[in-house]
Write a new protein. Structure first.
Length: 430
């Protein structure tokens, strides 16, 4: 079997770009094509003569172009990319990758399935690629090559999510905190959360809680404007740290991560809050170093206190679980790549079969018309039929026999063996 098979006789699939595997962040930042400029970029790319179809995926971790090309030379696309991004070749080319046909199909399926992500199994990339496909489809930039490729990749990603646990184990502290909350409180919609701090980790945890249907989110932060900005994006409520006692009484889940040098929550404050909330269970996740919550808080009945060390153990276990799931996912992708290539080869054969049938039908029509003229001229019907059969056989055999003679002269045994298989010449006489 050849290394790759052309999907259409003069066309190829190409995946070209750079990502967190091939380029440092300084290069990736330069390569981002923002959503306001994406359709302009697509239209500009489609103006390249060799580009038949195109879609562009651009995120903080990758800028990748998927193309249906005339021919198999990636340089027109790479030239377009560095010119459009206004980057010098020496800045750009060392970080570029290019995958053709089978490898391009496999790459897209792995990316959609979260197997190529910085965080193994993360689901956000699938939504980003679906949006990239919608953007390309909206302006007619995708067609008979890329549409089945993207649709199949989306289906494979769904199968990976369904048949493996690649997305279920926590691999970040924020994700682990929310996983704990879901274990303690079965229905998050009936509970409220308090985020103390508005940094990256608490922001990510807050978004995880929101996506899991938390009833309401409160944000407490030293800089109130930062709390207000995050609260507004989550339809939550913002507080300054001076109002922390008021916020404590409302929360069933507290996630804290600040840069405070001393604990913000002492045993007395939490005891008072527990009394005000009638001792309903309270989960506190302290992911700050140094700690935001006094260790003695864990002695209070009804309080579940976890520190960053506790969560790191959960995260380490989650990474191992995802690695095991990734092995299963890679097998799914490998199988689906082969099925997709088989379907595409079948489509290529359909075009060849159609052309061959049309050629035979044209020959048939031409010879039949000649025979009808002979019959109308009064020639012997049996002689006309014999001549028709002889002419039809000669017409059908002419090109194949010519090609086989040329193959024999040139020592092309592959073509001769293919001809034997095609015309079933190896079959023993019955």
């Amino acid at each position: 079997m050849p290394t790759f098979v052309r999907i259409v006789t003069d066309m190829s699939l190409l995946a070209l770009g750079l990502n967190h595997h091939t380029a440092p962040i300084a290069v990736r930042e330069r390569a981002v094509i923002d959503e306001n400029n994406l359709q302009h970029a697509l239209k500009n790319l489609k103006s390249v003569a060799e580009v038949r179809e195109a879609a562009i995926v651009s995120t903080c971790n990758r800028t990748e172009i998927y193309c249906g090309l005339h021919g198999d030379d990636p340089s027109p696309v790479s030239n377009w990319m560095h010119e459009f991004l206004n980057m010098r070749e020496e800045q750009f080319l060392p970080h570029l990758f290019a995958h053709h046909d089978r490898q391009a199909v496999q790459h897209l399926m792995r990316v959609c399935s979260g197997l190529d992500s910085l965080v193994l199994g993360e689901p956000q990339i699938l939504g980003q690629i679906k949006q990239a496909y919608r953007d390309a489809n909206e302006i007619g930039a995708v067609g008979s090559q890329l549409t089945p490729l993207f649709q199949t990749a989306f289906s494979v990603a769904k199968q990976v999510r369904t048949d493996t646990n690649i997305g279920s184990s926590p691999v970040s502290v924020a994700f682990a905190a929310v996983t704990l909350a879901k274990q303690i409180f079965a229905d998050l919609s009936q509970h409220q959360a308090l985020m103390i701090g508005a940094g990256d980790t608490t922001t990510l945890a807050a978004r995880h809680l929101a996506s899991n249907g938390i009833g309401h989110i409160h944000i407490a932060n030293r800089t109130v404007s930062h709390a207000e900005a995050l609260a507004e994006s989550l339809n939550g409520t913002a507080y300054g740290l001076e109002a922390l006692a008021q916020a404590l009484e409302k929360a069933d889940i507290i996630i804290s991560s600040t840069g405070a040098p001393l604990p913000l929550l002492g045993k007395g404050a939490v005891e008072a809050a527990m009394k005000a909330r009638r001792y309903r269970p309270l989960l506190i996740v302290d992911i700050a170093v140094p700690r935001d919550v006094e260790a003695q808080v864990s002695d209070i009945d009804g309080v579940f206190l976890y520190t960053v060390d506790d969560l790191n153990n959960v995260v380490d276990e989650g990474r191992q679980n995802r690695l095991a799931a990734a092995e299963q996912a890679e097998q799914i992708v490998k199988h689906q790549v082969e099925l997709f290539m088989q379907r595409m080869r079948a489509l290529g054969a359909t075009d060849t079969i159609r052309s061959y049938r049309e050629q035979v039908q044209q020959t048939q029509s031409s010879l039949l018309e000649k025979s009808r003229k002979q019959l109308r001229a009064g020639q012997d019907p049996e002689a006309v039929m014999e001549q028709l059969a002889h002419s039809m056989a000669n017409k059908l055999m002419h090109t194949p026999t010519k090609k086989m003679r040329q193959a024999a002269e040139q020592g092309d045994n592959d073509l001769l063996n293919a001809a034997k298989s095609l015309f079933d010449l190896d079959k023993p006489d019955s």
